[in-house]
Design a protein around this ligand. Structure first.
Ligand code: MF3
Ligand code: CO
Length: 298
């Protein structure tokens, strides 16, 4: 009796190199991870496909992109001030990114017209920089910066307080930042995205705020937005398994009031809180490592 070998599947033999590019042979590298993933899949859990597990070379490339991403946000931090327009911030981001050899990822992304997102007060995300939007004392603003370098993507965002900000708004900004780090504590191999989602949601709720449900984070690296979608309203022990080599963003949008949001019909981008109360968001990009995680950009 004979048998046919499926020509579409490469049979890995004992001494083949691992697909991850470590230079080690498969049996001594990803074989044990594959075995464990198969077990989880059999038990009905969502596991990441190979495509979203980054190789060593990819990780190095993404880190180079992230260096620019971090520097651009540092540059915004040094220069942002009252009286400036959000278009001025756009110029800072655009020029600094090009100066460092990068490309601003938002520009022309699905028709987005600018090089950065600037979201002020009740704007939740995807604010479009404009000459007529002038920063005034008391404003809180999210500057969301995404960078392409050598084909690799990085993405992070920070909040800035303009002049004297009310205690209420300052507390919102601080809780939104802390929420990211509460989530980060859950990022390690064989935890679930839902462990992070619930930790963030519980923390935000315990502070009297709410987390936006419709918009979340994403895998990133070889493309701007990759699998998985990363929600912060998920439950412990559910959603995708975290596996070494995954890179995704942690970017919960924290609303002072209710979680409901709506999109600006005029530009098709900018998201606002329905109750007009302020929203805050910090974003970082994280790699799942063998024994925990590493922050890639912030
Ligand atoms: N940085 C945003 C994100 O987290 C980018 C949104 S797409 C854009 O995904 F075109 F608006 F930039
Ligand atoms: Co993002």
């Amino acid at each position: 009796m004979g048998f046919k070998v499926n020509p579409n599947i490469k049979v890995v033999t004992r001494n083949d190199l691992c697909f991850c590019g470590s230079g080690k042979i498969y049996n001594e590298c990803h074989k044990h991870i594959d075995k464990r993933l198969l077990e989880y899949r059999r038990r009905g859990y969502l596991v990441p496909g190979r495509k979203i597990l980054k190789s060593k070379t990819d990780i190095e490339g993404i880190k180079e992109s992230a260096k620019i991403n971090i520097s651009v946000l540092d540059y915004v931090a040094d220069n942002i001030r009252e009286g400036m327009s959000t278009e001025d911030i756009n110029r800072l981001v655009h020029e600094k990114t090009l100066e460092m050899g990068g490309i601003p990822a938002p520009l022309n992304y699905e028709g987005f017209p600018k090089s950065v997102c600037t979201s002020v007060n009740a704007q939740v995300c995807h604010g479009i920089p404009s000459k007529t939007c002038i920063l005034k004392e008391g404003d809180i603003i999210n500057v969301d910066c995404s960078t392409i370098y050598n084909g690799y993507f990085s993405d992070s965002s920070r909040m800035f307080c303009i002049g004297n900000v009310s205690d209420e708004n300052r507390r919102l900004v601080e809780v939104a930042k802390k929420a990211v780090y509460v989530g980060l504590e859950q990022v390690k191999p064989w935890n679930f995205l839902g462990d992070m989602g619930q930790a963030i949601n519980d923390f935000v709720k315990s502070n009297g705020y709410s987390v936006v449900e419709e918009i979340g984070g994403h895998g990133i690296g070889l493309a701007f937005h990759e699998e998985p979608f990363v929600s912060y309203v998920t439950k412990k022990g559910t959603d995708m398994l975290m596996v070494p080599g995954m890179i995704f963003t942690i970017e919960p949008m924290v609303n002072m009031g209710r979680a409901n949001v709506f999109m600006d019909d005029n530009n098709g981008w900018t998201v606002y809180t329905e109750d007009k109360l302020p929203s805050a968001q910090w974003e970082l990009q994280v790699l799942v490592t063998e024994d925990g995680h590493e922050i890639i950009s912030y």
